[in-house]
Design a protein around this ligand. Structure first.
Ligand code: ATP
Ligand code: MG
Length: 148
């Protein structure tokens, strides 16, 4: 489905709504350009998972962990080298093990680690349609009854 966002709050709300549908072990793969709203979306997702802590981009440490109704593991692949180097870095941080920890794994810049994503990942692509508007395309999960 496509959600049209007109404000930062709309994008946060979309993340919040998606969170209501998630269970432990789910993976949300975010993509879109630089500064498009992936972290904003993740903030809403975190709130929807009952995370009280302030969510900041994990750009410099690859993953941040938060306690909530479900734990949230927030990755940002931006600094990954791509290709074989990314595979090695993901192996080094035990990326696959995060899928088994009963939490939600949310990944910014997931396109840089495409080969490492599980087949059942929820796909969330954010596109800037103007300075302040975004088209948020969510695939791999149904939000039809979520009041979007
Ligand atoms: N409709 C909107 N939804 C989300 N963000 C918006 C919207 N309109 C404007 N913005 C602005 O876009 C920016 C999004 O920043 P954010 O850090 O979430 O992007 P990002 O995709 O995580 O960037 P990065 O690629 O650096 O990780 C914010 O400055 C926000 O205020
Ligand atoms: Mg970000």
């Amino acid at each position: 489905m496509v959600i049209n966002s007109r404000t930062e709050a709309d994008t946060e709300r979309a993340g919040f709504i998606l969170a209501q549908k998630l269970t432990g072990g789910d993976v949300v793969a975010l993509r879109g350009g630089l500064g498009v709203g992936k972290t904003v979306f993740t903030r809403g997702l975190a709130r929807g998972l009952g995370v009280n802590a302030r969510v900041v981009s994990p750009t410099y440490n690859i993953v941040n962990e938060y306690e909530g109704r479900l734990p949230l593991f927030h990755f940002d692949m931006y600094r990954m080298g791509g290709g074989v180097r990314t595979e090695q870095e993901l192996f080094d941080i035990g990326f696959d093990e995060y899928f088994e920890r009963g939490g939600v794994v949310c990944i910014e810049w997931s396109e840089l680690a495409e080969d490492a994503l599980p087949s059942g990942a929820v796909r969330d692509s954010i596109e800037a349609t103007s300075d302040d508007t975004r088209a948020i395309t969510i695939e791999g999960i149904s939000l039809d009854d979520a009041g979007v």
